[in-house]
Design a protein around this ligand. Structure first.
Ligand SMILES: [Zn+2]
Ligand SMILES: [Zn+2]
Ligand SMILES: [Zn+2]
Length: 200
């Protein structure tokens, strides 16, 4: 598993220096993605409106599926059927509710900016709550995927123990990263005290 030459580049959108980069493990594939691409590629794992990562997929009666992709949104997060179409409202009751998730609805939609506003007076502490939530969601998904792989590899075979260890290591890293991200999200301004090697 050789890391890509540029460790800060997003493997999906090719953005060279995204403000954050997360490592995602799938099978034997290790990719580095910016939060936006990570979320867009794992749309089935969270609600694209409130950005809650699903512990379990919500039941069909409590969620609505995007018309274009298969992502599910909490029923109460989805906007009500557009009032502008009231002319035809009589024809459809609740199950005629057609829903397109935000990224499908707007091709320019992004969960997280590819680069943070370069206004010189701001730094990463000025991350808006919504963006912070997107970042936490992305980090949580990275953790979940890494754990998943670690578990699978562990089950798979003892001879793969090195890879399993590697994946577990990644899961741990992702978890530490998630804590950092949560600190940022909760507005703790003191920069991370954590040193690269003090949680081994
Ligand atoms: Zn990207
Ligand atoms: Zn929701
Ligand atoms: Zn969609």
């Amino acid at each position: 598993m050789n890391p890509e030459p540029n460790q800060r580049q997003c493997a999906a959108c090719q953005e060279l220096e995204p403000p954050f980069i997360l490592t995602v493990i799938k099978g034997n594939l290790l990719r580095r993605l910016c939060p936006d691409c990570l979320l867009k590629e794992h749309r089935n794992l969270f609600c694209p409106v409130c950005l809650d990562v699903y512990a379990t997929v919500p039941p069909p009666q409590a969620s609505i599926t995007c018309l274009r992709c298969s992502s599910t949104t909490h029923l109460n997060c989805a906007p009500p059927p557009s009032p502008s179409s009231s002319s035809s409202s009589s024809s459809s009751s609740s199950d005629g509710h057609l829903f397109t998730c935000p990224p499908c609805f707007d091709p320019n939609f992004s969960f997280f900016p590819k680069s943070l506003a370069t206004s010189s007076t701001q730094n990463e502490a000025a991350l808006g709550m919504e963006k912070a939530k997107a970042l936490v969601a992305a980090a949580e998904i990275a953790v979940a995927l890494a754990k998943n792989v670690a578990e699978k590899l562990e089950e798979e075979a003892v001879r793969k123990s090195i890879e399993a260890k590697d994946a577990k290591e990644k899961a741990k890293e992702a978890l530490v990263y998630l804590e950092d991200v949560k600190d940022i999200a909760s507005g703790k301004t003191n920069p991370r005290k954590r040193k690269a090697d003090d949680r081994r």
